[in-house]
Design a protein around this ligand. Structure first.
Ligand SMILES: [Zn+2]
Length: 393
């Protein structure tokens, strides 16, 4: 087997990523663990018998008597966004080999998932040999050729309700009204939301809650066509990558999830659904969560003047439905509400998740070596900032 050398300022094929991860894991095996959270079948004609792993490299230096934060960092959700893959790969290299990050490793367990969409990544590389990392966005499901591809946009596929029981859901209006009072008494909904939902007439209350329960991303224009770049999939959580990711997320107790993408230099809030459709309060703690998230990001932005922070509609010009970070935020809330509130409450109250875009706004996803180098540096610094400010927050 030829040696694969990983280049942070260039495209790297699937095998180079894997060998780089294996090398890191061999070199630092006292405190790293490399494993697959799911195996994806190839849909590329010439690789029909090949499978791809969704790998996680876990860095866990044990220090006695230390309560550590669990941090997950993801790249490669969209196949063409190679910047995001290189950012996570570079971060691994820095955390393991640069002494100045020793302090971070003392207080955090870090899970790094550089390539969530390996099949799509290989398709992108195979279809556009000369300009990899440029064209193909979705996963490889039902991929026939570049014009006939029914792949799923992995960042539109997370059903945000199937795995989330709305805290107010009930079949009777009386029950819903009782639940509202209880939640308010327990301080689990804020005053604004309490008043808002109390003022609903019964028929509207039922309709909204039913809508919350049934709400799926596929009602919305940008995602509805199967060959669209933003096709949300045939059903919620239908993409195997998303299923594996969700199982992985629910098995671990993460405190912070950062998902890297590559369009402009922005930080996206996970709760945009609320500002788009404020009548359906899918996020019961919207006001307090919004404040908490904003305070955290403001600390990060002080030391990092590259990024802007807002909701997707304001920064991207369109709404993102069914995104992974929206799902993560809701899944965490849902655990809070359904389990014994005393257990793990302090930890989960401090849960955060963001989509981080690093690249060039409205450009192709292909960056030259200098641009890519710069973007990787920004993305690594941003991730480190988020980890540092989490510690002190
Ligand atoms: Zn993306």
């Amino acid at each position: 087997m030829s040696r694969h050398i990983f280049k942070y300022n260039n495209f790297n094929n699937y095998n180079s990523i894997i060998s780089q991860l294996i090398n890191h894991n061999i070199k630092h095996n006292n405190y790293t663990k490399l494993y697959s959270i799911g195996n994806i079948k190839s849909t590329q004609q010439k690789f029909k018998h090949q499978n791809y792993d969704i790998n996680v490299l876990q860095i866990n230096k044990t220090f006695p008597n230390k309560e550590k934060n669990n941090i997950l960092i993801i790249g490669g959700t969209h196949s063409r966004e190679i910047t995001s893959v290189n950012i996570v790969m570079k971060l691994i290299d820095e955390l393991l080999n640069n002494d100045k990050y020793e302090k971070i490793l003392k207080t955090n367990n870090i899970y790094l998932l550089p390539l969530l969409n390996p099949n799509g990544y290989v398709i992108d590389n195979a279809q556009f040999k000369n300009i990899p990392g440029c064209q193909y966005r979705k996963n490889g499901e039902n991929f026939i050729d570049i014009k006939t591809n029914y792949g799923t946009d992995l960042n539109r596929n997370s059903g945000i309700v199937n795995n989330f029981i709305h805290p107010l859901y009930s079949s009777s209006v009386d029950d819903i009204r009782k639940k509202i009072d209880q939640l308010y008494l327990k301080n689990e909904i804020d005053f604004d939301f309490y008043n808002y939902i109390k003022s609903y007439p019964d028929n509207l209350l039922i309709r909204d809650i039913e809508y919350c329960k049934k709400f799926s991303t596929w009602n919305f224009n940008s995602n509805s066509h199967i060959s669209s770049d933003m096709f949300c999939g045939f059903s919620q959580n239908s993409a195997p990558e998303i299923k594996y990711f969700q199982q992985f997320f629910l098995k671990n107790s993460f405190d912070l999830v950062l998902s890297h993408h590559s369009n402009g230099n922005i930080i996206l809030n996970p709760m945009s659904y609320n500002i788009i459709n404020s009548k359906v309060k899918l996020f019961p703690f919207f006001n307090s969560d919004k404040k908490r998230y904003t305070n955290y990001v403001n600390k990060v932005i002080i030391s990092n003047n590259v990024y802007k922070y807002d909701y997707d509609r304001n920064l991207l010009g369109y709404d993102v439905f069914g995104s992974m970070n929206e799902w993560c935020h809701l899944a965490n809330l849902s655990q809070n509400l359904s389990q014994n509130m005393a257990k793990n409450l302090a930890k989960k109250k401090n849960f955060y998740t963001f989509t981080l875009e690093t690249g060039i706004e409205h450009s192709t996803y292909y960056l030259d070596e200098k641009e890519l180098n710069n973007a990787v540096k920004n993305g690594v610094n941003l991730s480190i900032d988020f980890i540092n400010k989490y510690e002190s927050s």
